[in-house]
Design a protein around this ligand. Structure first.
Ligand code: FES
Length: 282
């Protein structure tokens, strides 16, 4: 068989392609969806209010805490969420330095998503079009020394495996918040079991986040990597298969959990500012 000579690299003008399918839809949806999440979560993180309902000051109301603010290290001054590990913001915190409990913790789950293998592929295409898609021309912005994730600054994306360990801790913390949403205070200041729409929302959130987190490529490697004979260990082989099932749906759970966590914050925020009432089922 004769082959036509092919010169490499194939240089095309930016967004030039011979593809005839609608390749641009996926990056456009990522741009809209991920962009909207970044804008909303940044706004919500800076608010520093309306991040919880319930507690001893609101008898009969289930205890709901926004996942953007969990765990609460310090409450803002004058706020008593009942969730703060160290009480109110200490006096040594400089008055000029903006404070919101979310700003102390969001870099960890944010870093986990930002460095996720799936999201990297998605936002490289959607936000800086490099590459815009397979077989689509790239912008001529980079020099000949460009080495992608092998060099600074993108080499920092390799920190993802360490963010995974923190993300697993966050799943536990959010599961605890889900459990706490099953309780409210009565007028005598004692806790009682209860169940509300908010409880469903707060319990569903860590389940969806778990489906995303435990489908992580790094987790899959931890579970089944470095083995010449995976089938020799039945338990690890079974765990590997289950992680693989989640891993094959990683993109799906990435998006569902992203909107799930935003929805949970919106729900708690609307209940906290009086727009919604958290309906108690039990
Ligand atoms: S690869 Fe997506 S969370 Fe690790």
């Amino acid at each position: 068989m004769t082959r036509a000579p092919l010169s490499l690299p194939q240089v095309r003008g930016f967004l030039k392609t011979e593809r005839t399918d609608r390749w641009w839809i996926a990056p456009l949806l990522v741009l809209a969806g991920f962009g909207a999440f970044i804008i909303y979560s940044t706004w919500a993180a800076f608010q520093g209010n309306n991040f919880f309902i319930g507690g001893v000051e609101q008898p009969g109301v289930q205890q709901l805490l926004s996942p953007f603010y969990s765990p609460v290290i310090w409450d803002p001054r004058g706020v008593h969420s009942g969730h703060a590990w160290l009480g109110e913001l200490p006096l040594w915190w400089p008055a000029w330095l903006i404070f919101s409990p979310a700003l102390l913790i969001l870099p960890f789950p944010g870093g986990f998503r930002f460095t996720c293998y799936y999201y990297r592929g998605a936002y490289y295409k959607a936000f800086w079009g490099d590459p815009a898609s397979c077989a689509v021309g790239e912008p001529a912005l980079r020099g000949t020394n460009y080495r992608g994730e092998e060099k600074f600054p993108l080499i920092f994306q390799n920190v993802h495996r360490y963010f995974l360990y923190v993300a697993i801790i966050f799943i536990g913390l959010l599961a605890w918040d889900g459990y706490q949403s099953l309780w409210h205070y009565n007028a005598a200041g004692q806790t009682e079991f209860g169940f509300s729409v908010g409880s469903i929302v707060l319990i569903a959130n860590p389940i969806l986040l778990g489906a995303y987190t435990f489908g992580c490529h790094c987790w899959r490697h931890l579970i089944g990597g470095k083995h010449d004979c995976l089938s020799c260990s039945k338990s690890r082989q079974s765990a590997y298969k289950q992680v693989s099932w989640l891993n094959q749906r990683h993109m799906l759970f990435a998006w569902i959990s992203l909107f799930g966590v935003a929805f949970t914050d919106i729900y708690v925020r609307l209940c906290a500012n009086g727009t919604l009432t958290d309906w108690r089922i039990l």
